[in-house]
Design a protein around this ligand. Structure first.
Ligand code: FMN
Length: 187
């Protein structure tokens, strides 16, 4: 795929199914993620590959976290949380580390990890894998963070759902650059 075609047309896909990305597809996506712009080359990121039994375990964590927030959660709602990670055969949890550095503040490490996640979904699009970046309350929840083994200062940047697209791709919107890019000083 042409780089410009990818960059101008990438879209997410929420309808994902088996099979999970192959080893070859993962190699491209992961290498793309690791080429994100990165101040000081700190590599302030790590990624958890969750699939198979792991997706069930992640769902249990979500349900436990949701029950903590609302002890009156109905069985139906609990089941909804439990099934959330099962919406794709592979979920990558993108985690920003917190590295002490005299010139690279934590916010830049978070931005670099966000750039890595974007590169990951761009890489997925390039190799024909469906991708959907999700976050929400579960990304912030202490129970989920602890269950996934996050350390002090680490932050979940996203849950990247990956798999085979089971719905047609939407057409990429085409916002007008003139609405967002302005000469400065103004003419
Ligand atoms: C940091 C981040 C978190 C996101 N979290 C969610 C989410 O929890 N749920 C959701 O429906 N979309 C979420 N999105 C947006 C989708 O991944 C997607 O980008 C959006 O629906 C627009 O579709 P497009 O990528 O095809 O333009 C998130 C995007 C980013 C960058």
């Amino acid at each position: 795929m042409e780089a410009t075609e990818l960059l101008l047309n990438r879209v997410s896909c929420g309808k994902l199914t088996e099979p999970a990305p192959t080893a070859e597809q993962r190699e491209v996506m992961y290498r793309a993620a690791l080429r994100a712009a990165d101040h000081g080359n700190l590599q302030p990121w790590r990624f958890l590959e969750v699939e198979g039994e792991g997706l069930e375990r992640l769902g249990e964590l979500y349900a436990k976290a949701a029950l903590q927030d609302d002890p009156n959660l109905s069985d139906v709602q609990r089941e909804r949380f439990r099934k959330m990670p099962l919406r794709a055969p592979l979920v990558i949890v993108a985690i920003a580390k917190k590295i002490e550095h005299p010139k690279v503040p934590h916010i830049e490490q978070i931005l670099a990890t966000g750039a890595a996640a974007q590169n990951l979904i761009n890489g997925a699009f390039a190799v024909g894998v469906g991708a959907y970046w999700r976050s929400g309350a579960m990304a912030e929840h202490p129970e989920v963070k602890q269950g996934l083994g996050l350390e002090e200062g680490e932050q979940i940047i996203g849950f990247i759902y990956l798999g085979t697209r089971s719905a047609p791709l939407k057409t990429a919107p085409k916002p007008d650059p003139a609405d967002f890019f302005h000469p400065w000083p103004a003419k």
